[in-house]
Design a protein around this ligand. Structure first.
Ligand code: M1P
Length: 255
């Protein structure tokens, strides 16, 4: 008899879940998943429950992980789990604007846009603030820059610490907002209520009582956006250096 993928009990280890960061862990940064990684995940799903937890919104994860992402993973956690799906069904969640309120949000976004207007950087494009469900994403160059422009910005930022200085300015301006600023990618940083980091997604699985929760991420150092979930007491964290490294560790653990 065929067993359905939705039947967790049919997996070899039904009490184990593997959660993956996306950029740098399942795919190269902002690029598509490889055929080899896709096949590894198909095999892994026979062994245990699988999910991803990324900072980006779902539309970007669909670009990277493919149009069938909601079918291919048991759990899809976008924006750290503020947008969440189990077996293709959306789970209830909270929103950034609900947390902050329109008035406080307006002050924040006005400050951000003024700050960016005064920044003297070589290239500026568009979409400086991306409003998402569970967070906002702020990019001094603008999110719709090209791939070469994003690589150039990353180098420029490494030298000039633009994003770090921007975060300090926001912390000083809004000390009572209860926000966390997380520099997870190449051209931007995420802003979300403190505690709504990647550990947020664990709320969606806690009732499943998994015995082992593996997490794989490449930004597991303190200050990186994988740090909190990687070091969470109920999580077995794996620091990876690339998607190939993720596959190597999976082979050691499961195949
Ligand atoms: O997944 C890491 C980050 O990826 C993107 O960052 P950037 O565009 O700066 O490389 C963003 O989607 C960001 O929200 C996310 O945390």
């Amino acid at each position: 008899m065929m067993t359905s993928v939705s039947d967790f009990s049919a997996r070899t280890h039904p009490d184990t879940i593997c959660l993956f960061d996306v950029d740098g862990t399942l795919t190269p940064a902002r690029l598509e998943i490889s055929k080899e990684m896709e096949q590894t995940l198909v095999e892994l799903r026979k062994e245990c429950i699988i999910g991803f937890v990324g900072g980006s919104d779902l539309s970007k994860q669909v670009e990277q992980l493919g149009p069938n992402v909601l079918k291919n993973f048991d759990y899809c956690f976008s924006e750290n789990g503020l947008t969440a799906y189990k077996l293709g069904e959306q789970l209830a969640s909270q929103s950034f604007i609900g947390y902050l309120g329109e008035e406080r949000y307006k002050k924040l976004v006005n400050f951000v846009l003024r700050y960016i207007a005064d920044l003297d950087i070589p290239v500026k494009r568009g979409t400086f603030v991306e409003f998402r469900n569970g967070m906002i994403n702020i990019s001094p160059i603008g999110r719709n820059c090209s791939h070469p422009e994003r690589n150039e910005f990353e180098k420029f930022d490494l030298e000039h610490k633009l994003r770090e200085k921007f975060v300090v300015a926001l912390q000083n301006e809004f000390p009572d907002y209860g926000l966390t600023y997380s520099i997870g990618g190449q051209i931007s940083f995420d802003v979300f209520p403190t505690g709504w980091d990647k550990t947020y997604c664990l709320r969606h699985i806690e009732h499943e009582n998994f015995k082992t929760i593996h997490f794989f991420g490449d930004k597991t150092f303190k200050g990186g956006n994988d740090y909190e979930i990687y070091s969470h007491p109920i999580v077995t964290g794996h620091a990876v250096t690339s998607p190939l490294d993720t596959q190597r560790i999976l082979k050691e653990l499961f195949f």
